[in-house]
Structures are given as structure tokens and as C-alpha cells.
Design a protein. Structure first.
Length: 257
């Protein structure tokens, strides 16, 4: 997968050299480039922002550097205007997907992470201040798929940290990145339930014991215990997820629990 990130703070992305994301880059599974938006400015002050039309506090990112950045990273000849809803260009080639982190975006979820992991080219535009001039997104939408995405109901200074989060969630879904692909299937948010608690050695620590059932070797009882813990956690911590469970996915013993 190819990923381009545009930001006025490229230094935010140095952690992407580390750990499993760093290894995915070294392997070539993830071809990531970070670009400084100011390299597409032309004035001595390298201006990227200005006051908002209509008034109000803060500053808005001017459209010109963003327009030039997107032209350079998603050339118009590869992304002709008039795209089909599935994002295929008239010739059949796959268009880049533009992601714009914003507290006004659609919620980022594990389902969206899976969807993004199937793309061949992601382009992230990190806004700062009060955001990017809307015309940048409107113009980009004539030649590529544009999604404004939010991490949750709180406000960050800018999109950089959101991109770190999204890239980590997406990279671990790329083929060959996780050693044990089984761990993708069991995890929280894959089946609409939070995961049960986990324990390792020693069996007793500071007066706290590992639940007896996990040391019993009885795989049927262990699976039942984990399922009950997952259901109980989900009900108390995430009543919204619990209410959304398909009743058909609950067995008779789930309902009794
Ligand atoms: Cl994606 N961006 C910003 N600036 N703030 C946020 C966010 C994103 N998600 C939650 N808050």
C-alpha cells in the first residue's frame, strides 16, 4: 500500500519508523512518504493560513498550497474528473483515497480500518487551526474519493495524531504484518464484543490470583468463561455495542448469563 501524508509538522510522524509499522515500511508492505505542506508555498513567509470569511476566531488553511500538494501527489492525468462511485477511473485504474481528519468527520471504526486496508493508495491531509478551506475538499472530490474522518467526540489541535492512530490500525491489517493472523479474528471490535481480560504467569501476584478456570485446562469451560466476561464487559462499558448485538448471535447460555 502507498500512503502519502501532508502536514505542516512532518516531525510528528517519526514514530512511524518504530515497531511493527516501521517493520512494514522496511519490508515494503507500507510505502509511506511524509510531505511538508510549506514546500508548496511560494511566498517568503511560507504562509499556509488566513482569517476566516464571515469572521470568527482562529485561522483557516488557505487553498493554494493544498491544491498544489494534491496535484503533485495525485496527478490529475491519473485522477480524471468524473469518477465512478466505486472510485475506479474511466480506464479502470484505482484512484487514491483522500482522508481528511476532522472532529466533524465520520467516525473511524475497525470496519473503516478494514476498508482502508484494501486500498492501494491513501492520501492524508492534516489540517491545523480551524481547518482547511472547504473548496480544497470539494475540488478534490471531483477527481478522487474524499472522506472526512473523526477519531471521536473530542477536539485535537490538528490531524497529525489522528493519522498516527489511523495508520497503525490500518497497517496491522495489511497482509503479512501480524505474525499470528488468528489474533485478528479474536480481538475486540471484530465480533461486536469487547475482549475478556487476559493473564500470564505467575499464577498468584501481590495477593491477586489468576481465575481458576483459566488454569483448569478445560477448553470448553475456558471458552464459556471468556464469552461471559466479554458479554459482561460489553454490557457495562459499552451499552451501545451491547444493544447493537444481533440476538441471533447470542446462544441460550449467553442469554442466561
Ligand atoms: Cl480526526 N481531528 C481533530 N483535529 N480533532 C479530532 C479528530 C480529528 N478526531 C477527534 N477529534
Amino acid at each position: 500500500m502507498r500512503v502519502d501524508v501532508v502536514s505542516i509538522f512532518p516531525e510528528y510522524f517519526t514514530p512511524l519508523d518504530l515497531s511493527l509499522v516501521g517493520r512494514a515500511r522496511a519490508n515494503g508492505v507500507l510505502r509511506l512518504a511524509v510531505h511538508d505542506l510549506r514546500s508548496w508555498t511560494h511566498d517568503v513567509h511560507r504562509t499556509v493560513d488566513d482569517t476566516p470569511y464571515g469572521g470568527g476566531p482562529g485561522m483557516v488553511m488557505r487553498p493554494e498550497p493544498w491544491g498544489d500538494a494534491l496535484d503533485a501527489l495525485a496527478p490529475a492525468e491519473l485522477t480524471p474528473a468524473g469518477l465512478s462511485p466505486d472510485g475506479l477511473a474511466p480506464g479502470g485504474s484505482t484512484l487514491p483515497r483522500l482522508l481528511v481528519p476532522s472532529p466533524a468527520g465520520e467516525p473511524f471504526t475497525q470496519a473503516m480500518a478494514h476498508e482502508l486496508a484494501s486500498e492501494s493508495h491513501l492520501l492524508f491531509a492534516c489540517g491545523r487551526y480551524e481547518g482547511i478551506d472547504q473548496r480544497v475538499l470539494d475540488h478534490a472530490a471531483t477527481r478522487m474519493r474524499v472522506t472526512e474522518v473523526s477519531l471521536g467526540d473530542y477536539v485535537l489541535f490538528g490531524g497529525e495524531v489522528a493519522v498516527l492512530v489511523i495508520l497503525e490500525a490500518v497497517t496491522r491489517l495489511l497482509p503479512g504484518v501480524l505474525g499470528n493472523a488468528g489474533s485478528l479474528d479474536e480481538e475486540s471490535h471484530t465480533h461486536g464484543l469487547l475482549e475478556a481480560p487476559m493473564y500470564t504467569k505467575p499464577a498468584a501476584w501481590r495477593g491477586h490470583e489468576v481465575p481458576e478456570v483459566l488454569r483448569s485446562g478445560d477448553h470448553g469451560r475456558i471458552a464459556r468463561w471468556r464469552r461471559d466476561e466479554a458479554l459482561a464487559r460489553t454490557a457495562t462499558r459499552r451499552p451501545d455495542m451491547f444493544a447493537a448485538l444481533d440476538p441471533a448471535s447470542l446462544d441460550k447460555r449467553d442469554r442466561a448469563a
